[in-house]
Design a protein around this ligand. Structure first.
Ligand code: HEM
Ligand code: HEM
Length: 181
């Protein structure tokens, strides 16, 4: 597997800037922050968006003409950037931390930090994405797509089973919580 070249990736990133900004910290809640995201995870997602296993009316066409090398270079570039954290209201932190750190034993929701890490940085070799600093709107949308089965790139549908067990209140709280992690 050819390693991505971050410098080449930066040169290829002009078409991405309108939505993901020059450094991967996007100004719009529905456009994910990709600064500091794992290169391996982004490579998997960009190939899935290109090849149709993951579909999005806005992002799929952007991935459609990328070569494997383009994808690895772009992933290496955005992975090298630094995520900016959001600020989260105090009252939301406690409710979000409860879900993120402990899950919900009654409904079978596992602790998110088991995979996404105590500090939200995920685990690159395992394919578990970083969530820290992500926009709450994007997180909420993805949990909905997993729950409905529309997003099904994940192996063994780990996230589908988790998201389907979460209440709306849990989703709202955890989505805001991770943006400040
Ligand atoms: C999602 C990269 C261009 C809008 C993503 C993801 C990556 C990515 C890696 C997945 C993020 C994740 O799973 O956490 C890129 C690259 C681009 C590009 C490398 C240039 C080649 C654009 C442009 C737009 C856009 C121009 C807006 C017109 C979006 C949206 C999503 C997304 C809306 C989320 C889709 C969903 O909700 O499932 N992008 N992007 N991207 N991107 Fe881009
Ligand atoms: C992806 C949230 C628990 C493994 C994601 C994404 C979100 C999320 C929002 C999409 C990230 C993006 O698009 O950038 C959560 C929450 C959890 C939780 C809120 C707790 C309630 C877990 C656990 C595991 C896990 C316990 C491992 C057993 C994964 C994997 C992906 C993922 C493998 C990537 C799936 C794919 O390729 O589409 N998670 N997660 N998550 N999560 Fe979780």
């Amino acid at each position: 597997q050819a390693a991505g070249d971050a410098t080449a990736g930066q040169q290829k990133s002009a078409p991405c800037q309108a939505c993901h900004s020059t450094d991967g910290n996007s100004p719009v809640g529905m456009y994910p922050n990709i600064a500091g995201q794992h290169a391996g995870y982004m490579t998997t997602q960009l190939k899935a968006l290109r090849d149709g296993q993951r579909k999005d009316p806005v992002m799929s066409p952007m991935a459609a003409n990328l070569s494997d090398q383009d994808i690895e270079d772009l992933a290496a570039f955005y992975a090298s950037q630094t995520i900016k954290l959001g600020s989260v209201p105090e009252d939301v932190v406690a409710a979000g931390a409860q879900v993120y750190r402990a899950g919900n034993a009654k409904t079978g929701v596992p602790a998110c930090m088991a995979c996404h890490g105590p500090d939200g940085t995920g685990n690159d070799p395992a394919g578990w994405p970083a969530l820290g600093g992500q926009h709450p709107e994007y997180i909420t949308k993805q949990l909905g797509l997993y729950a409905s089965g529309e997003r099904s790139t994940d192996i063994n549908n780990i996230m589908r089973d988790i998201a389907a067990r979460m209440s709306k209140a849990e989703i709202d709280a955890v989505s805001q919580y991770v943006s400040g992690l």
